[in-house]
Design a protein around this ligand. Structure first.
Ligand SMILES: C[S@@+](CC[C@H](N)C(=O)[O-])C[C@H]1O[C@@H](n2cnc3c(N)ncnc32)[C@H](O)[C@@H]1O
Length: 399
């Protein structure tokens, strides 16, 4: 078996190579962020990554201070098909490229080809072998992360949680590709809820080149005329903590609230909204909306609401499933607690006693709770006894 296949066999299905137009279409919205900054692409073989090509090609145009790309030696294509310095002939050595000057030959602010050989002829740019394997978690890659201002890449899907965790730990700005499924990860959603991470511009379909060893599939797979294999996914999005214009655009709402069209959950004081475009314009209580809402989320217009916010830091749940038991407990409290959570409570202003009651009744009376505050998923929500789809819980911010 060839070395390439050997390595591929052990590799995870992480080799999805991003197309240049997808990178250009997204990154054009963030240009002002890149000026004077050190950009790190830490899952990117400079010889094949279009992220590296984009930043090297637009180095002067974007006014970047420094570009660093690191190459992971676990990549099955790394250094095999592509030109590689002689001393690395075995194709297994991870390396980094650091670019601080791109000579603008024709004076138009761009270089047409991010030819590494050409780039490293310049004494200000260096290609250096890494001591370890180029894993973004390795100490030498962490040193590069510390040096960077902004990290931009498509990281390995299988390590997405850990990848984001590393960026957050070092308080980095970032713009990275991921799968929409990651939104509901317990490690990711709290970041979204707390406005530490949000979606970029494009969500939905994206096609990626994949290595030759990837097996054909029934759907979302093809080979082009050159024999190159492709896969596409319908649920790709960009995750970022760089501000952008779309995040401040108001979602236009036109539908009127009626209790018939927007039933309440049995176990949460929130109405269910099936389509983002159907969010009522005149409802200011809590709403369960599809996760795709995030693509339209403007934090000046909406907030993501927790359901339990007791003094244990968890959000309060109002339950009407266990009506009898619960009412009995609530009789000792203010009358407003009977039947519905008040606005006061929703904002977390309930008295310590009320908090205590909600907290104490929770295990005792089997009150439902959301495992991830702000999300209703995995059969947590019911309407008329029937389980609902995954929803995030939001509320309009009154003006
Ligand atoms: C989804 S691919 C994207 C590649 C490239 N960034 C692009 O967008 O075309 C993820 C890349 O991360 C590499 N990778 C896998 N594990 C890694 C790790 N622990 N550290 C750094 N890179 C890793 C894979 O080999 C793969 O090339």
């Amino acid at each position: 078996m060839s070395r390439s296949l050997d390595r591929a066999k052990n590799a995870k299905q992480d080799e999805f190579y991003t197309q240049l137009p997808d990178i250009e279409n997204e990154l054009k919205h963030y240009r002002s962020h890149f000026v004077g900054k050190t950009i790190l692409c830490n899952c990117d073989d400079p010889y094949e990554s279009n992220f590296f090509k984009y930043f090297a090609g637009n180095f002067n145009h974007l006014g970047i201070k420094k570009l660093i790309a690191t190459c992971y030696n676990g990549s099955p294509v790394q250094g095999l098909e592509l030109p590689f310095p002689d001393e690395n002939k075995n194709g297994k050595q991870a390396f980094k490229v650091e670019i601080t000057e791109v000579k603008d030959l024709n004076g138009d602010g761009r270089v047409d080809l991010s030819d590494i050989k050409y780039l490293i002829q310049n004494d200000k740019n260096v290609l250096t072998e890494l001591e370890e394997n180029g894993d973004f978690r390795s100490p030498e890659c962490i040193e590069l992360l510390k040096e960077a201002d902004i990290v931009v890449t498509n990281p390995p899907f299988s390590l997405f949680r850990e990848y984001i965790d590393t960026l957050m730990k070092y308080e980095k700005k970032f713009l990275v590709i991921g799968n929409q499924n990651a939104i509901t990860y317990k490690e990711i959603f709290p970041l979204i809820k707390n406005n530490l991470l949000w979606l970029g511009y494009k969500s939905g379909d994206m096609a990626f080149k994949v290595p030759d060893y990837y097996a054909p599939r029934e759907t979302r797979y093809w080979q082009d005329e050159s024999g190159q294999k492709w896969r596409s996914m319908g649920n790709i999005c960009w995750f970022t903590n760089l501000d952008h214009k779309k995040r401040h655009e108001e979602l236009i709402l036109y539908k009127k609230y009626t209790p018939e069209e927007y039933p309440k959950y049995d176990n949460y004081d929130a109405i269910n909204v099936d389509k983002v475009t159907d969010i009522p314009c005149d409802y200011y209580g809590v709403m369960g909306v599809p996760i795709t809402f995030l693509d339209k989320y403007n934090p000046e217009q909406f907030e993501i609401v927790e359901f339990r916010k007791g003094n244990d830091g968890k959000d309060l749940v109002y339950c009407i499933i266990e009506q009898n038991n619960y009412s009995a407990i609530l009789q000792n409290t203010r009358p407003t607690m009977q039947g519905r959570r008040t606005d006061e409570q929703s904002k977390g202003y309930c008295s310590e006693r009320q908090k205590q009651i909600c907290k104490n009744t929770y295990p005792q009376y089997g009150v439902s709770s959301t495992a991830i505050p702000g999300l209703i998923k995995n059969a947590e929500g019911r309407i008329g006894g029937r389980i609902t789809y995954a929803r995030m819980t939001i509320r309009r911010i009154s003006k």
